[in-house]
Design a binder for this molecule. Structure first.
Ligand code: SAM
Ligand code: DTB
Ligand code: SF4
Length: 335
C-alpha cells in the first residue's frame, strides 16, 4: 500500500486530487496506516529569531520590508534567549525546534556564526533542530550540517507557473537549488507550500507534482493555509475552506507516503473536528505554541486538549534516525 514513487504524472496526481472527498480521505488513511503509527503526531515549535525587514517581495508575507504591516523589526535574538525558548518548547513536549529568520539568503557574516552556535546549543538539548533562513549556498548548508542541523525548511510555496505572481525577487529554480544544497549536505528536507494565494487547483496539483517527483521526497511537507495579513497584497484573500486543506493534505499523503505532512499555518481558524479530518487524511505533524512566526496559533493548552480528545500522541525526537547516522547513509546514495 502506497509504494514510494518519484515518477508521478500530473494526470495521476490530478485523478487522486479530484476523488470524492471521503473516498480521498479513506484512501489517504490506508496509505497513512501502512507507513506511520496511527495517531502519532510530531510537535514542532517555531521561533522567529530575526523578524521583519526582509528584502524579498513574497506577497503573502508580513515580514517583507516593502509592505506596511504591524510586524516590528527585530534583530537576531541572543543565543541564550533562543535556548531558553527551546528548553520551554521541549518541556511542553516539542521534539523539533525550528528557528526562522526573515532573510532573503544567508550571508557569511557574524549573524550566521551566531545561528551556527544556536544550532549547536539546541542540538545539545536532544531536540531535532531545524532552521528556515532563506537561500543557502552548498558551503553554508555544509556548515549547518556540521553544527548539527537536523532539518531545513524551504518551501516551494506554489506551482512553478504561479510562482512569479507571488514572488518576483527570486525564481522557482533558486528555491530548488537551495533544496538541492540542503539534500546534498545530508540535512533532512522540509518543503511544502501555501494554499489560498489565489492559485488554481491545477497549481496545487503542480506543486505536489514538483515535490512528489523530487529524487528523494522531502521528509517533511508543510501545508500552510494563507493567513491573510493586513498590509500585504494578499490581505483581502478569502480564508481557505477546510475541505480544500483536507484535499491537499490527503493528496500529499498519497503521493509522498513516508513524509511527515505538517498541518501548518491556518489552524487557528479550524475547529478540532476539522483538524481531526486532516489527521485522518494523513497529517501527522503540527506547529504548537501560541505563535507561528508573527501570527497566532492555537494556545498550547488547547492543542494538548485536542491531543487528549483525539487520542493523539507526540512523536519522540529522532524516531526516524539521527542526522549523524543519516549522513553516512546519504554519502553512498545519489541525490
Ligand atoms: N525567509 C525564509 C524563507 O522565505 O524561506 C524563512 C521564513 S518564511 C516566513 C517561511 C515560510 O512561511 C514561507 O515559505 C511561507 O511558506 C510561510 N508563510 C509566510 N507567511 C505566511 C502567511 N501569511 N500564511 C501562511 N504561510 C506563510
Ligand atoms: C512553514 O511552512 N510554515 C511556518 C514555518 N514553515 C516556518 C511559518 C508560517 C508562517 C505564518 C505567518 C507568520 O506567522 O508570520
Ligand atoms: Fe522574506 Fe521569507 Fe517572508 Fe519571503 S517569506 S518576505 S523570504 S521572510
Amino acid at each position: 500500500m502506497g509504494e514510494i514513487r518519484n515518477n508521478w504524472s500530473r494526470e495521476e496526481i490530478r485523478d487522486i486530487y479530484y476523488r470524492p472527498l471521503l473516498q480521498l480521505v479513506l484512501d489517504a488513511a490506508d496509505v497513512h496506516r501502512a507507513h506511520h503509527k496511527l495517531g502519532e503526531v510530531q510537535i514542532s515549535s517555531l521561533l522567529s529569531i530575526k523578524t521583519g525587514g526582509c528584502s524579498e517581495d513574497c506577497a503573502y508575507c508580513p515580514q517583507a520590508a516593502r509592505f506596511h504591516t504591524d510586524v516590528k523589526v527585530h534583530a537576531l535574538m541572543k543565543t541564550d534567549e533562543v535556548i531558553t525558548a527551546a528548553k520551554n518548547a521541549k518541556a511542553g513536549g516539542a521534539s523539533r525546534f525550528c528557528m526562522g529568520a526573515a532573510w532573503r539568503e544567508v550571508r557569511d557574516n557574524r549573524d550566521f556564526d551566531r545561528v551556527l552556535d544556536m544550532v549547536k546549543e539546541v542540538n545539545k538539548l536532544d531536540m531535532e533542530v531545524c532552521c528556515t533562513l532563506g537561500m543557502l549556498t552548498p558551503q553554508q548548508a555544509e556548515k549547518l550540517a556540521d553544527a548539527g542541523l537536523y532539518a531545513y525548511n524551504h518551501n516551494i510555496d506554489t506551482s512553478e507557473e504561479h510562482y512569479s505572481e507571488i514572488i518576483t525577487t527570486r525564481t522557482y529554480d533558486d528555491r530548488l537549488n537551495t533544496l538541492n544544497n540542503v539534500r546534498k549536505a545530508g540535512i533532512s528536507v522540509c518543503s511544502g507550500g501555501i494554499i489560498g494565494l489565489g492559485e488554481t487547483d491545477e497549481d496545487r496539483i503542480g506543486m505536489l507534482h514538483t515535490l512528489a517527483n523530487m529524487p528523494q521526497h522531502p521528509e517533511s511537507v508543510p501545508i500552510n493555509a494563507l493567513v491573510p495579513v493586513e498590509g500585504t497584497p494578499l490581505a483581502g484573500n478569502k480564508r481557505v475552506p477546510f475541505d480544500e486543506l483536507v484535499r491537499m493534505v490527503a493528496t500529499a499523503r498519497i503521493v509522498m507516503p513516508a513524509a511527515a505532512v505538517r498541518l501548518s499555518a491556518g489552524r487557528l481558524e479550524m475547529s478540532v473536528s476539522e483538524q481531526a479530518m486532516c489527521f485522518m487524511a494523513g497529517a501527522n505533524s503540527i506547529f504548537a505554541g501560541d505563535k507561528l512566526l508573527t501570527t497566532g496559533n492555537p494556545a498550547f493548552n488547547q492543542d494538548m486538549e485536542m491531543f487528549r480528545t483525539l487520542g493523539l500522541t507526540p512523536k519522540a525526537a529522532f524516531a526516524d534516525g539521527h542526522p549523524a547516522n543519516r549522513k553516512n547513509v546519504m554519502e553512498h546514495e545519489p541525490c
